[in-house]
Design a protein around this ligand. Structure first.
Ligand code: 8X3
Length: 828
């Protein structure tokens, strides 16, 4: 097939760029394009200032209450870090070098910082550069303080031997085993969304004043008030001050630049910036412009506070910015084009901050310099009515015109979503850069009511991270989740608790000689025993994670923006805040690979007896070498993703094992720990440790991703993929969380008005089936192959990965191949 026949607009844009044509939106987004020109393909650098000042703050405050230490250290950052205002920008601020930069969080994994700074510039995946002077500071001033104190060390030392063995491949916990994987040691919590509306309406100055009243009302004779609440409130007050100090330093810089500026237009802009930064975020925002600046300061400061997994999302921007938009439009001081420009100026700021993982495991989870600050649009109002407004459509328009993959865009879909919204969502998906992803109110809302949310909170949820949701004043920070390689559990059945890659190590329990199993039930019971053992290890691992992290992390700013944290004076990191909901996750890795393998065994070994278990075992050991006929046969078994009850019922039984276990044991951890199918890019490293599988997958290749079908196994069209997801879910359990579904269409499949309508119907089907999430690639496989061969010409080709989009050329070859091998649906 030639890509000539039909390209997505994004593919066309890449071709045009290679041919030297000017992007057609450049003229209407000139300011933003000028900034993008400077940053877009810059090699990411490490900025050490946050780590340096934070470390100094922690050194100076040893022995004090953790929240107060954190707040003082953040004040040190606010007072000392370099402040930036970029040419052409109207929004002030960056927390690192111009271009693309990552910052360090040594409190997490600073124990291997000294080796990481040597290794990071030459890493195969997602390399970062660092100057020799900065590397010296890291090695001499930052890393030594954290030796013996990091969260990573505490966790690695705490895990008992059997849990450690499935978690890490070395005594110090530097190398992941990719069997039962923790992510808590490279991010202090899962993704999050702040209550930005609170800052826009009350300002940090207003919040500080409220906390001061609360502090003064404490009982001076109460030990609880004195020991816990007092320093907690002092920290909240101090952190509000810190954000204000930091903003005012930007105001001073804007004034200084204005004084030196000869161009009267730019001078006026700088003077305006000085006025805006003097006012927000200390005070409530008065205009759309101030609201954007205030939100941006809050976001940036939150990144200084800590490393939140896959970053702080933007929340419902079309809702909390709407009053400012409406008021300014009505007053005649804002146009739609200006509103888009302010928002995109925030986007270019976000695009420069890269979520840097110094841990190689973290890097493998987040290929492509991943971070995704989801902007949520659409959905319903807190009283349950459709929430779309003029801003909703402006955000969609911006995604069609702004040629960059940050931030992520998430559209909330519900059964009464207006036709225009769905049509514009479909048009935007057809652009081909992966936006927006869709999250389904019809699944999320009733499920969270069952988990204890109030109507008005869950109607107002924000999309967060890849595919998650947050209620910013009800949820609390959750530990970085646990990823369970259930395909490795299958391998453990074949090798009696061992795995080929790890030789004689008895990693899991012994379930007997697989070649002696005579019935499917016998085989299923052996698998079930391995599966439950993996769950047991995972939940124990998370038990330790949850208990230990509370002593290592504090978030005075995150807490200051959270109603329940402030009401009870408990940091948002603590696993238990009265009235709060702590929604943690464990991941099902490789469901498509596992189901297809089990289906093949059930059918061909036990039912039709066309092959023996010994032959399957040999094929797994030999990576199908010389057994191509066997492989071809096994690949004809019913597969997940085809709406085939044979395969889907296995998927449902596997899902049931997980939710049933979670229902019984999760509350012992003091949190919800719900079943999720959201791999980021980790299905690639998880696949590397698993031998050839009975579905014909070769050893070391990636597992199926999320709750998508195995590569090429979905032959009945995309609706069948949705139906398999529907029938394999245990809707009668509330222990379920996000499922990430990837669908790839050829541009031809969604071409023209007819294509848009087909996509709208497909989205309505997704909604009716109460699936959680779906995302799309609209691309020709040939384009991806061409990009692999000639990366320079395709440098800005964006593809959808897993809840986020990234430059195709920033991905490892394995992940690129994974994307190429996914089924491209040509019909709907
Ligand atoms: C994936 C992000 O932080 O929940 O969506 O693991 S996180």
């Amino acid at each position: 097939m030639s890509v000539e026949c039909c390209r997505s607009p994004h593919e066309q844009m890449i071709m045009d760029k290679a041919a030297g044509k000017v992007n057609k939106f450049r003229a209407t987004h000139e300011r933003v394009f000028k900034i993008l020109d400077k940053i877009e393909t810059a090699k990411p650098q490490i900025d050490i200032e946050r780590a340096l000042y934070f470390t100094q703050g922690m050194q100076e405050t040893e022995g004090q209450h953790l929240n107060l230490r954190w707040a003082k250290s953040l004040m040190k950052c606010a007072e000392n870090m370099t402040v930036y205002i970029d040419d052409d920008q109207l929004l002030a601020g960056r927390i690192g070098y111009q271009g693309r930069y990552g910052v360090l969080y040594p409190e997490l994994d600073g124990d291997f910082l000294d080796t990481a700074v040597v290794d990071l510039p030459t890493r195969d995946n997602s390399p970062f550069s660092i100057s020799q002077a900065d590397a010296d500071i890291v090695v001499k001033e930052i890393a030594p303080y954290w030796k013996g104190k990091t969260y990573h060390e505490t966790l690695a030392k705490t895990l008992p031997a059997d849990v450690h063995a499935l978690t890490y491949d070395d005594p110090d916990g530097m190398v992941s085993r990719f069997i039962v994987n923790e992510t808590a040691s490279f991010r202090s919590s899962n993704q999050w969304v702040h209550d930005f509306d609170k800052v826009l309406k009350r300002g940090f100055g207003g919040l500080r004043d409220e906390f001061t009243v609360q502090l003064e009302a404490l009982d001076p004779l109460s030990p609880g008030d004195n020991v816990d609440k007092k320093p907690f409130l002092q920290a909240a007050i101090l952190v509000c001050e810190a954000v204000i100090v930091w903003a005012k330093r930007h105001a001073a810089l804007a004034m200084e630049l204005a004084e030196k500026c000869a161009d009267p237009v730019r001078k006026a802009e700088l003077l305006k910036m000085a006025e805006v930064c003097n006012h927000v975020p200390e005070h409530p925002a008065r205009t759309f412009y101030e609201a954007c600046q205030s939100q941006w300061f809050t976001q940036m400061f939150s990144r200084l506070e800590q490393k939140t997994g896959t970053i702080i999302s933007n929340g419902r921007m079309d809702q909390y910015l709407y009053p400012f938009y409406k008021q300014d439009i009505e007053a005649g001081i804002l146009t739609d084009d200006q509103a888009i420009e302010y928002v995109e100026l925030m986007y270019v700021g976000m695009a420069q901050y890269i979520d840097l993982y110094i841990s190689p495991t973290g890097g493998a989870f987040n290929e492509g310099y991943a971070h995704w600050e989801a902007v949520t649009i659409g959905g319903q109002t807190p009283d349950g009515l459709d929430a779309t407004n003029e801003l909703t459509y402006l955000f969609l328009r911006s995604k069609r015109e702004f040629p960059h993959h940050y931030p992520d865009l998430a559209a909330r879909i519900h059964a009464r979503a207006p036709e225009r919204f769905l049509a514009e969502v479909a048009e935007t998906i057809k652009e081909g850069s992966g936006f927006p992803k869709l999250i389904n109110d019809e699944e999320v809302i009733p499920l969270h009511l069952a988990k204890g949310a109030k109507f008005e909170e869950i109607y107002d949820y924000s999309v967060s991270g890849c595919a998650e949701i947050r209620m910013p004043n009800r949820d609390t920070y959750t530990a970085g989740g646990c990823y369970i390689n259930f395909v490795a559990a299958l391998e453990s059945v074949f090798f009696n608790g061992k795995m080929l890659k790890f030789g004689d190590a008895q990693l899991s329990i012994e379930t007997g000689d697989v070649t002696k199993m005579e019935t499917w039930e016998e085989f299923w019971n052996a698998y079930k025993a391995q599966h439950i053992n993996f769950l047991k290890i995972a939940f124990e691992q998370q038990y330790y994670v949850i208990k230990t992290r509370a002593r290592h992390f504090a978030a005075p700013m995150g807490s200051a923006l959270h109603d329940l944290a402030m009401k009870h004076c408990i940091d948002i990191h603590q696993p238990y805040i009265p009235e709060g909901i702590d929604l943690g996750y464990f991941e099902f890795m490789g469901v498509g690979t596992l189901v297809d393998s089990m289906s093949a065994i059930k059918k061909f070994v036990f039912e039709e007896k066309k092959v023996t278990m010994t032959e399957v075992l040999e094929a797994m050991k030999n990576n199908f070498e010389g057994q191509e006929d066997l492989r071809a046969l096994m690949m004809t078994a019913p597969c997940f993703g085809n709406n085939d009850p044979y395969a889907d019922s296995i998927a449902r039984d596997l899902d049931q094992l997980c939710v049933g276990y979670a229902e019984k044991y999760q509350r012992e951890l003091g949190v919800f720990l719900d079943l999720r199918y959201v791999p980021f890019t980790s299905h690639v490293p998880f696949g590397k440790v698993v031998c050839a599988t009975p579905n014909g997958r070769y050893a070391g290749t990636s597992l199926s991703d999320g709750s998508s079908a195995s590569h090429g196994a979905d032959k009945n069209g995309p609706t069948a993929v949705l139906l398999s997801n529907y029938t394999s879910k245990n809707f009668n359990h509330r222990e379920r969380a996000a499922r990430l579904v990837n669908i790839k269409f050829t541009p031809k499949c969604v071409q023209g008005e007819e294509g848009t309508q087909k996509l709208v119907h497909f989205i309505r089907t997704f909604c009716d089936l109460r699936l959680w999430h779906i995302q799309f690639n609209v691309v020709n496989a040939e384009t991806l192959r061409l990009a692999q061969e000639n990366p320079e010409a395709y440098r800005t080709l964006i593809v959808r990965i897993a809840g986020y989009s990234a430059y195709f050329c920033d991905l490892s070859k394995d992940l690129q191949n994974d994307l190429i091998r996914r089924t491209a649906h040509e019909n709907m």
